[in-house]
Design a protein around this ligand. Structure first.
Ligand code: NAD
Length: 358
């Protein structure tokens, strides 16, 4: 049965990079037998301009129906003066919470061809391939009570609550163990169990879930040490699983080890494996419309979609090999350009990946 994909180009470079990713999907459909139907809708600033809000009901209705969503990026200076409650980013957050996309998968992969792009020494990062699994709909970003209150002594106090229920920990742990099983079978759970009771429970529940995954080697690490280890010897990690806030910080740190924001995809999944797939970068208003954006993070997001939501691992491999091939051929968009390579536009990079698919 054919699978339905909703395409949300969004703002800035979103439409440029998404059209290259759609080109790849269309070729897989037309020439390689991938059974998918594509639909497109508005989100973010584009939706505000057309409908007055960043997440129109029509978009949300379609998003609920489809098997997977491909998103470009949202936001830009044009909408920055709007009230925070109706800014483009609310469209993205609304999709995540309405669809209960609790598992955020952020791979940090450094293609050996791009080792010089990292701020770390090439031998420390060459071949880096970490998957960070971040809990996305719980923890301190959502816990109640929260706010800023007046104290008797005449000063204000800001407060947030770090809460995790056993079921929230169980479901994210299971996602991480399943992923580790499909990769190098090593999972490192990151917490602060020596100080925070909520993550003491986190460690206990992750360990319990691990009893059903005897084939996966589980380790635990405090978050401060994990941050240090990520920059000291990142290749020790296979899969990492952690809370919303720790994951927010560690996944950005890991992404930067690769030195190329235009290369990294991400997935946000619900309990049924339905997901929203997007590059980790934003709408890059500074280069929008110039045809210079790197479409590879979005194209690699399609590969993640095929692997995690559409159960088409061979098609995902095909895309990833094609990206590898164009890098081997020396093609580079401006953000990853280096001496001796050939600089290409966003569109030419998309075309090159399409050619390399076969
Ligand atoms: P950004 O990621 O858009 O850009 C940071 C820098 O990286 C810029 O110099 C940009 O040109 C470059 N860059 C980003 N993607 C690139 C690509 N594919 N190819 C080449 N260069 C690329 O971050 P920002 O400038 O902080 O934010 C710009 C807008 O994007 C803001 O409105 C922000 O709110 C929004 N944003 C959206 C998302 C999202 O949609 N998921 C994420 C982050 C930021």
């Amino acid at each position: 049965m054919s699978k339905n994909i909703l395409v949300l180009p969004g703002d800035g470079i979103g439409p440029e990079i998404v059209s290259e990713a759609v080109k790849v999907l269309a070729v897989l459909r037309d020439d390689f037998g991938l059974d998918v139907d594509l639909d497109e809708a508005l989100v973010g600033g584009a939706a505000i301009d057309a409908t007055g809000g960043p997440l129109p009901d029509a978009t949300l209705d379609l998003a609920r129906e489809v098997d997977a969503i491909l998103l470009g990026a949202v936001g830009g200076p044009k909408w920055e003066a709007l009230d925070i409650s109706i800014r483009p980013e609310k469209g993205l957050l609304g999709l995540r919470s309405e669809l209960n996309l609790f598992a955020n998968l952020r791979p940090a992969i450094l293609y050996p061809q791009l080792a010089a792009a990292s701020s770390l020494k090439a031998d420390i990062v060459a071949g880096l391939n970490i998957m960070i699994v971040r809990e996305l709909t719980g923890g301190i970003y959502f816990g109640q009570p929260r706010g800023v209150r007046e104290l008797d002594r005449g000063e204000r106090q800001g407060f947030n609550t770090l809460v995790y229920s056993e079921s929230e920990i169980e479901r994210i742990a299971a996602v991480a163990f399943d992923i580790a099983r499909k990769r190098g079978s090593r999972l490192c759970s990151v917490d602060k169990a020596n100080v925070l009771e909520s993550t003491e429970l986190w460690r206990e529940v992750v360990t319990r879930v691990g009893e059903a995954y005897a084939d996966v080697e589980l380790s635990h690490m405090y978050v401060d040490n994990a941050a240090m280890q990520l920059v000291k010897w990142p290749k020790q990690f296979d899969v990492m699983v952690t809370t919303n806030m720790f994951g927010d910080i560690l996944s950005d740190c890991a992404a930067m080890l690769t030195g190329s924001i235009g290369m990294l995809p991400s997935a946000s999944l619900d309990e049924q494996g339905k997901g929203m797939y997007e590059p980790i970068h934003g709408s890059a208003p500074d280069i929008a419309g110039q045809g210079t954006a790197n479409p590879l993070a979005t194209i690699l997001s399609v590969a993640m979609m095929l692997r995690y939501s559409l159960d088409e691992p061979a098609m995902a491999d095909r895309i990833e090999h094609a990206v590898d091939r164009v890098l081997d051929d020396g093609l580079r968009t401006a953000d990853i350009m280096s001496e001796g390579m050939t600089e290409v536009s966003c569109e030419s990079m998309g075309d090159a990946v399409v050619s390399a698919l076969s």
